[in-house]
Design a protein around this ligand. Structure first.
Ligand code: DOR
Ligand code: ZN
Length: 346
């Protein structure tokens, strides 16, 4: 039985760091284990221009714990007014790694997102031209589409037609939650890939709703039924490079989660690697964790695998804080619902 595992230092290919006191409070939770992360641009107001991204990057670098070499990989938030030349210049200078497409209204701070996808075609064509990936929140927002169907409908009605119109565009389907997402993501290796979150590998919609609503398990896309979760676990542990880790760790202070209209977001930065080791171990797939957390993401993004390493050692249950106390207030850490035995060290 393997009880010690050393892997190249992992990266988080989908992360919310927020800003100000929240950024200051939660950045150490990611930089402790991760070398790099794709930083989501859904601030208020969003990170739309290269200048916004440069200023936000500086704030993140300034918030790093002393001695941390954590590297934020910046993204731009696509709007119907995004200037293709600004995107080209931001990418050419190395400032931004990707751009994020939010359908308007799909999730937290997505009001400035895209309503008419035709309007972003010139930007998407520019991105295809320069090889800059589009990260997409893949859910339709139509009121008549059931929330549990929004991902599958997005693939059929929006993503697949869009990819046919811009065939060279490289796409990362963010935080897939369904078997439909798993199947579609593997359909164009190298062109298309998907991130999978830690929490969607662990919870299904029963965890969210049975025995009382659990606001700390509420996120978007919402957790689906168990057979979809099993498809995600099979994908993550398969060794297929079309799937890699993007935690979507998304902090909201407890009063905004434990609320009559609670915010969407699960905060898992603190215990993600221990959770993943537990999941992969239970599947007999510990040897696949390195690909999922450390190799497939850099491969898709054309970046080197990290030289530093992380060691996971199995032992007595791990302790971790229930909450991270930030200057904005407390943020509850994801509770996987089972003990974690994998201790993480440099
Ligand atoms: O649950 C989520 N929270 N899903 C998202 O897409 C956004 C995120 C956030 O920013 O809080
Ligand atoms: Zn997100």
């Amino acid at each position: 039985m393997t009880d010690i595992l050393t892997i190249p230092r992992p990266d988080d290919w989908h992360l919310h760091l927020r800003d100000g006191a929240m950024l200051q409070g939660i950045l150490p939770e990611t930089s402790r284990h991760f070398a790099r992360a794709i930083i989501m641009p859904n601030l208020v107001p969003p990170v739309v221009t290269a200048a916004d991204a440069a200023a936000y990057r500086d704030r993140i670098l300034a918030a790093r714990p002393k001695g941390s070499g954590f590297e934020p990989l910046m993204t731009l938030y696509l709007t119907e007014d995004t200037d293709p030349d600004d995107v080209r210049a931001a990418h050419a200078s190395g400032l931004v790694t990707a751009a994020k497409l939010y359908p308007a209204g799909a999730t937290t701070n997505s009001a400035s997102g895209v309503r008419n996808f035709d309007k972003v075609l010139p930007v998407l064509e520019a991105m295809a031209d320069i090889g800059m990936p589009m990260c997409v929140h893949g859910e339709v927002t139509d009121a008549d589409i059931d929330i549990f169907d929004r991902e599958a409908v997005f693939i059929d009605r929006v993503l697949d037609p869009l990819r046919r119109r811009v065939p060279d565009l490289r796409v990362v389907m963010e935080h897939i939650t369904t078997r439909d997402g798993v199947d579609y993501a593997a359909s164009a290796p190298g062109k298309l890939a998907a991130t999978i979150t830690t929490h969607h590998l662990i919870i299904n919609r029963n965890h969210l709703l049975v025995g009382g609503v659990k606001p700390h398990y509420y996120c978007l896309p919402v957790a689906k039924r168990e057979d979809h979760r099993l498809a995600l676990v099979a994908a993550a542990t398969s060794g297929n490079p079309s799937y890699f880790l993007g935690t979507d760790s998304a902090p909201h202070i407890d009063p905004l989660k434990e609320n009559a209209c609670g915010c969407a977001g699960v905060f898992s930065a603190t215990n993600t690697m221990a959770c993943l080791a537990e999941v992969f171990d239970a599947e007999g797939a510990l040897d696949k964790l390195e690909g999922f957390a450390s190799r497939h993401g850099p491969k898709f993004y054309g970046l080197p695998v990290n030289e530093a390493t992380l060691t996971l050692t199995k032992g007595d249950p791990v302790t971790y804080p229930d909450k991270i106390i930030t200057g904005d207030g407390p943020v509850t850490v994801f509770d996987p619902g089972f003990p974690l035995h994998w201790h993480v060290s440099d």
